[in-house]
Design a protein around this ligand. Structure first.
Ligand SMILES: Cc1cc2nc3c(=O)[nH]c(=O)nc-3n(C[C@H](O)[C@H](O)[C@H](O)COP(=O)(O)OP(=O)(O)OC[C@H]3O[C@@H](n4cnc5c(N)ncnc54)[C@H](O)[C@@H]3O)c2cc1C
Length: 457
């Protein structure tokens, strides 16, 4: 394609926006991304994001094969175990690969990966640096009679194109102007997240299954904390760890920029509790102050777990009101559209928000490339994207919300909440002692991942 028949403006250099830019640029479609962060290292907290089969499929489709290899090589060691634990560090339920028969084992492409957000952003920026402008805060847009659209920025500048894509996350200004009736609603839960360096001391605080797994620790009044241990393939000097070879080693050696703080091994923790149990000002707190809230609420937790909170890097800790989009009716297609959290913010429990943003990017890339080849009018491509995207995205929003509502009873006070919590713990302990039940859960989990979700081709 010697010259692009249209120019795409993307607002937001996050997961979805950058993956879309990668796919469009590789296919020769003219694209420009505008990001409000001052540099690529601003704005993002260094915690992990889980990439599932949908996310991997999208990255494989939109990135060059070498860059996809770099993505895989820069992921952390895959979690082997899924653990449910008590606040005393006792196992309620634990499932690992030993439970799966050969035929139930997911393929390489279906296995979940864990990656640091900052590393993922850095990978996604590789090769598209020339089309991404930082320090550009989008303020509003104007659609013109000739079919073009202009984005205006807070610094008084503007950019005009044929299509404007809002990839500007949960508080999207593009959505605010385009679909003002699409709102986010509070779930009443607050998350507090942080990361603690993985050192000899912190490693010694966790059982091996937690070191090699993803663990949910259940506390009082429905509070809970997820722990992910992120161990990378290189050490703090950028040297490959023992046993790392093949394409991983090549991809790591050939990729500049490994030695950022975010690539050191760490324990990422995400504590969540109902807002009624938290200080009113929690959402305004940062660093040590918000870390102290977690320590105050976990006074009767095992001292080893509390030590991990206490050793957390204060600059990595922040609170977050957990909100969700609510599905809206279809809207008329124009030359403004939305991807990712900008249109479908979801509660984080199922870990599919970023993966759905990547899925959008893959689908929209494919349809826009067809339009650029003259196989469909531009607005038909956008319409097809919106129709398909809303099908899977509203489903993901609803399922994520239902999962969170299922947990919500645990956060309630009174007898109802106590009984639900006691029931859940007993059920997990019983299941942990029933190998056939554990095997069924592990197999269902592995076949759920990535299965039958390729309807957009
Ligand atoms: C604690 C937590 C854990 C999570 N874990 C997972 C997980 O394991 N797996 C998963 O799939 N999802 C996870 N998610 C969800 C995931 O983070 C989001 O769904 C995903 O980042 C959405 O990508 P996006 O590209 O739509 O938006 P973002 O990645 O948020 O990117 C939006 C970009 O737009 C920029 N921007 C915003 N406003 C403007 C403006 N006015 N002008 C210019 N630029 C602007 C922002 O700076 C940002 O760079 C998690 C979320 C949370 C809160």
């Amino acid at each position: 394609m010697p010259t692009s028949p249209f120019h795409v403006l993307i607002i937001g250099a996050g997961t979805g926006g950058l993956c879309l830019a990668q796919g469009l640029k590789r296919a020769g479609v003219s694209v420009a991304v505008y990001e409000r962060d001052r540099t690529w290292r601003d704005g993002l907290q260094g915690y992990r994001v889980g990439i599932d089969a949908d996310g991997k499929r999208a990255l494989k489709a939109n990135l060059s094969p070498e860059l996809y290899e770099t993505f895989v090589a820069t992921c952390a060691q895959r979690p082997r175990y899924g653990n449910q634990m008590t606040k005393d560090k006792k196992v309620l339920f634990s499932a690992g690969p030993e439970l799966l028969s050969e035929e139930d084992r997911p393929s390489e492409d279906e296995l979940d990966e864990s990656v640091s957000r900052m590393t993922l952003r850095q990978v996604l920026l590789t090769g598209v640096e020339d089309v991404v402008t930082f320090d550009k805060t989008f303020s509003h847009y104007e659609q013109h009679a000739d079919g073009t659209v202009t984005a205006y920025f807070a610094d008084g500048t503007s950019a005009t194109g044929d299509l404007l894509i809002g990839a500007d996350g949960a508080n999207s200004r593009v959505r605010g102007q385009y679909l003002p009736h699409a709102r986010l609603v509070d779930t009443g839960l607050v998350g507090i997240t942080g990361k603690t360096p993985l050192t000899d001391e912190t490693r010694g605080l966790l059982p091996q299954r937690m070191i090699e797994g993803v663990s949910m620790v259940h506390g009082d009044k429905g509070s809970m904390c997820i722990f992910h241990v992120m161990q990378f393939k290189w050490d703090t000097r950028g040297e490959l760890k023992d046993g790392i070879g093949g394409t991983d080693a090549d991809a790591i050696r050939n990729w500049p920029g490994l030695l950022y703080d975010n690539s050191r091994d760490y324990i990422m923790w995400g504590f969540a509790a109902a807002d009624t149990w938290l200080p009113e000002s929690v959402l305004r707190m940062r660093g040590q102050e918000v870390q102290q809230v977690v320590l105050d609420l976990t006074r009767n937790w095992h001292p080893d777990l509390r030590r991990i909170f206490a050793l957390g890097d204060p600059s990595s800790s922040f609170p977050l009101a957990i909100r969700t989009s609510e599905p809206i009716d279809p809207w008329p297609t124009t030359n403004v559209s939305l991807i990712g959290d900008a249109i479908h913010t979801m509660t984080p429990g199922r870990g599919v928000g970023a993966n759905t943003a990547l899925r959008d990017a893959r689908l929209l890339t494919r349809l826009l490339v067809q339009a650029a080849r003259g196989e469909a009018p531009l607005l038909d491509a956008v319409h097809r994207y919106e129709t398909t995207m809303t099908g899977y995205a509203w489903d993901a929003v609803i399922k994520s919300r239902a999962q969170m509502d299922g947990h919500s009873i645990m956060h309630k006070g009174g007898l109802g909440g106590s009984l639900a919590r006691a029931g859940m713990r007993t059920a997990m302990r019983v299941m942990d002692h029933l190998p056939p039940v554990k095997r069924r859960i592990a197999a269902a989990e592995s076949s759920f991942r990535g299965a039958g979700r390729d309807e957009e081709g």
